[in-house]
Design a protein around this ligand. Structure first.
Ligand code: SF4
Length: 318
């Protein structure tokens, strides 16, 4: 009797485990499709990669850059255009940096790669007083080195692993601390004018990248080897956005979408809109101001759909 009960329990466990494995595989399949679709869409929308390009993927060893490389390798196989990929890691000689991890991984993926060894760690430690944040000098040094390496490798594009949440966080930081509405573009020319920098993960959520990295079991290299204090302002804004997204799902998505949907006539930048020449013409203007109306989406986390607004206005007129 006891044996029968135990066997039944084991069989129920096996069924439950199989169901859980199936569910997980289904979810990962959905996630994979979403990630590849979003990256492909961003590449197409901003014409990030063109036929014949050599894309230098900057690989730090974190979840974002591993995912970027992984997805680009897969998209390369199916793309209607031909492009090459070279992964580049900058070994900054931080204490405890595990030198073998990236070469081992990259060899296993069969991708071209280059490890650039430059002891920026010592330079930063020497020049930045103890207790001060080292990130700004460190990233300036890293940027210069990566631009040079891109030239030496004949790369035509430099791909970085910034994602949707980085982009919205940067917008907030620039507004809060820089008094500018400036985000992080999906594609730009580098400040030395010699490189085109692309961010193919621009449409991707950070939480999806975390799940993908866990699923793919990338050999993550910790990002605190330099011993620098985390950027508190960035961490604070990120926590604020995460809290908003929890309490008002869709808010960060809406903010991100808004960055590609700017109505310059309703902002205050005189270099973008000729306010000084505005005159009433007497003819209706489709996008003219509705200065005395309440905002339709007041109190909701997302703008009301146009159809809803139309219905409400029709009701008011009856
Ligand atoms: S966290 Fe360390 S390695 Fe990263 S930018 Fe800052 S100083 Fe450089």
């Amino acid at each position: 009797m006891i044996e029968t009960t135990t066997a039944a329990a084991q069989s129920a466990d096996a069924v439950a485990a199989e169901a859980a494995a199936k569910k997980h595989a289904h979810e990962m399949n959905k996630l994979s499709k979403r990630l590849h679709r979003q990256v492909g869409q961003a590449i197409a929308d901003f014409n990030m990669i063109e036929d014949g390009d050599k894309v230098m993927v900057c690989l730090s060893g974190g979840k974002d850059s591993y995912s970027l490389l992984d997805i680009l390798i897969n998209l390369k196989e199916r793309a209607p255009i031909k492009f090459d990929i070279v992964a580049v890691n900058l070994d900054q000689k931080q204490p405890g940096f595990p030198e073998d991890v990236l070469p081992t991984y990259l060899k296993s993926r069969g991708v071209d790669f280059h490890i650039e060894e430059q002891d920026t760690y010592s330079i930063v430690k020497r020049l930045v007083p103890e207790g001060k944040t080292t990130c700004s000098l460190c990233s300036r040094l890293r940027r210069g080195i990566l631009y040079r390496v891109a030239g030496e490798l004949g790369a035509t594009k430099i791909a970085l692993g910034h994602h949707r949440d980085d982009i919205v966080t940067t917008l907030m930081l620039n507004m809060f601390f820089g008094s500018r509405m400036k985000g992080m573009p999906p594609k730009l020319v580098s400040d030395d004018g010699k490189n085109v920098v692309i961010r193919p993960l621009a449409y991707v959520r950070e939480s999806d990248l975390q799940r993908w990295a866990d699923h793919r079991e990338f050999p993550i290299i910790p990002c605190n080897l330099c011993g620098s204090q985390p950027n508190l302002q960035r961490a604070t804004v990120k926590a604020m956005l995460q809290d908003w997204d929890r309490r008002f799902p869709g808010r960060v998505d809406n903010m991100f979408t808004a960055m590609g949907n700017i109505v310059t006539s309703h902002m205050m930048d005189r270099s973008l809109f000729p306010f000084e020449t505005i005159k009433a013409t007497g003819a209706p203007v489709q996008d003219g101001d509705i200065a005395f109306d309440e905002e339709e989406h007041c109190g909701t986390s997302a703008p009301a759909p146009a159809s809803v607004i139309r219905l409400v206005r029709d009701d008011e007129q009856e």
